[in-house]
Structures are given as C-alpha cells and as structure tokens.
Design a protein around this ligand. Structure first.
Ligand SMILES: [Zn+2]
Length: 222
C-alpha cells in the first residue's frame, strides 16, 4: 500500500514531466503543413471567433505559454510564437481555447478564477495547522483544520482539470474546422495536448493522495 502511494506521488509526476518534454520536443521539430507560426494560428482562431480585442504576445522561455484573462492576452513561448510546428500549433490553439472559455464565461473557468485567491491563502495556511497537529497529537483538531484548508486547494486543482481538457477539445475543433492542420497531423497535435494534460492529472492525483493520507492519520487518532 505504502509502495503504491510512493509510486504515485514520486513516479507519476516525474513520468508526466518526462512525457510532456519528450512529446513537445519531438513535435516542435515537425514543421506544420500550414506553415503558420503559433502566433499566426492564435491570431486566426481568435479573429474567427470574434475575439479581435485579445492580443497575442511573445513570452520568454520554454513552454511558458498561457492565457491571461486580466489583460486579455494569449502569451506564447518564443519557439511557439515564431516557429511553424505541429506542437506550436497545438499549444497556440489550446491557449486560445482558454480565451474562448473566458469570452463565453465558461462555468468551470469562472469558478476556478473565484476560487484561486482563496485556495492560495488556505493552501499556504494549511501547513502551519498540519505541522502543529502532527507534532502535538493532543491537538488533533489542528490537523483537522489543516486538512479542511488543504481541501480547498485540492478542489482548485480538481476544477483545473475540466478547464484544461475543455481548452484542448476546443483547440482540436478549431484547428480542424479552420483547416489549420491536415488529417495526418491530427493525432500528433492530440498527443502534444494529451501529454500536457497529463501533468495536471498527475499533480491532482498527488494532491488527492496527500489529502487522503492526512485524513487517515486524523481519523486513526480520533
Ligand atoms: Zn491550459
């Protein structure tokens, strides 16, 4: 049981990291038949969805791609911004997927944004209660409070999953619908997006396992 636990919390995130790096590196080298850079892909999909006000900018670094709802900006990492690759196309479309979610006020995205500041505070505060609760078994209620606070952070990570999967589904639909990728490129773009989603699944699995472990300590003492 303990080995399964260790396997999940250590190996799963490592495997996910390895998988995303590997898949991304592989398809970042495959030139897309459209010849469009990530920046062009993002611009085209945004415009076709009536999102001319959303800007596309370059962000420094590798895989730093993200969508900023506050500034209405799709930020693409240097390579994805300038190069025309299958990986860059998939990632650009995924980030635009978040912009479309934002424009449509997609429920999970809204909930995630509302939860973010709360989860940030509770996750940081939870450790103080958990450490006191674990060290002083007479104050098991402290552990209980810590677990409750931590649960908010775990909920945040769980809500991230439908947001990410939905953005990838939208990305695939958009690049197919607007003829940005060809049939034979479809499975490759999907592989890039699935690998990226794996890192979120791994992080969530680890968070849930940690919560369950603490919950078991808590209930065993009661
Ligand atoms: Zn995303």
């Amino acid at each position: 049981m303990f080995l399964i636990y260790l396997g999940i919390i250590i190996l799963l995130p490592l495997y996910a990291q390895f998988k995303v790096k590997n898949t991304y590196t592989k398809y970042a080298k495959v030139r897309s038949t459209s010849g469009m850079t990530g920046a062009q892909v993002a611009r085209l999909i945004l415009d076709r969805n009536g999102l001319q006000d959303v800007k596309v900018v370059e962000s420094q670094g590798v895989l730093t791609d993200h969508y900023n709802p506050l500034t209405k900006t799709v930020a693409l990492s240097t390579q994805n911004y300038h190069e025309a690759s299958v990986a860059g196309t998939a990632v650009a479309a995924h980030e635009v997927g978040h912009a479309i979610q934002d424009a449509e006020a997609y429920s999970f995205l809204r909930f995630r944004h509302r939860l973010a500041p709360v989860a940030n505070i509770t996750s940081n505060a939870s450790w103080i209660f958990i450490i006191i609760g674990i060290l002083a078994s007479s104050m098991n209620y402290m552990l209980g409070i810590g677990i409750a606070l931590m649960a908010v952070g775990v909920l945040f990570q769980i809500v991230t999953l439908p947001v990410e999967f939905n953005a990838s589904t939208r990305a695939m639909n958009q690049i197919v619908e607007h003829g940005i990728i060809r049939n034979e490129e479809e499975p490759h773009a999907k592989k890039v997006l699935s690998a990226a989603a794996m890192t979120y699944v791994a992080a969530t699995a680890v968070a849930v396992m940690e919560l369950v472990r603490l919950l078991l300590i808590f209930t065993n003492r009661e």
